[in-house]
Design a protein. Structure first.
Length: 182
């Protein structure tokens, strides 16, 4: 039922020896983890926020179809023509939202949001060069704009967590329209 250019098409599922398998399109490309660690791909703060915006659009599309990925990680994102493609839906949940308590849906959403926060941290750290031998929290190691810190803290549930993807998108758009990037 999903039809998005940045999500592989599902063709069928089958079971064998008690395991369930999904047949989906094969998409050629390296995952984000390989791009970062093997190819030394870096993202500055502005590029990181634009990348997050692309991911938020994909997660929004999934949530609009009552699908929660639940495993958003850098190895589960392919890059093709600088566009993120979500893969590995093995832990995903498709929920009939009419039959599930709002708290349960919120918990599923927030797991995806938390994962987005971790991905944002990964890409922000691609340009970080340690000046100290002592490991510090990201709030001390990274020099970020206050809008980016606000988004990260809410995604990672350090401050009041987001309850809707539209809130994330609004904060992202505000951060990207900030005079600092122009």
């Amino acid at each position: 039922m999903l039809n998005h250019k940045n999500i592989p098409k599902f063709h069928e599922k089958f079971s064998q020896d008690g395991n369930v398998y999904f047949v989906m399109d094969f998409i050629e490309g390296d995952n984000l983890e390989d791009h970062i660690f093997l190819n030394q791909l870096t993202f500055n703060e502005k590029e990181s926020l634009f990348f997050l915006d692309e991911l938020v659009g994909l997660v929004s599309y999934l949530h609009d179809h009552d699908i929660f990925h639940q495993d958003l990680r850098i190895p589960n994102i392919l890059l093709k023509n600088h566009q993120p493609i979500l893969i590995d839906f093995g832990l995903s949940k498709m929920i009939n939202s009419a039959n599930l308590a709002k708290d349960s849906i919120l918990q599923l959403k927030r797991q995806d949001f938390y994962d987005l926060g971790e991905i944002l941290l990964y890409v922000l750290y691609t340009t970080y060069a340690s000046k100290s031998k002592k490991a510090l929290p990201w709030t001390e190691e990274l020099s970020l704009e206050k809008e980016t810190v606000h988004i990260l803290k809410r995604l990672l549930s350090i401050q009041e967590p987001y309850s809707d993807i539209k809130e994330i998108s609004m904060d992202l758009q505000a951060a990207l329209k900030s005079k600092k990037w122009n």
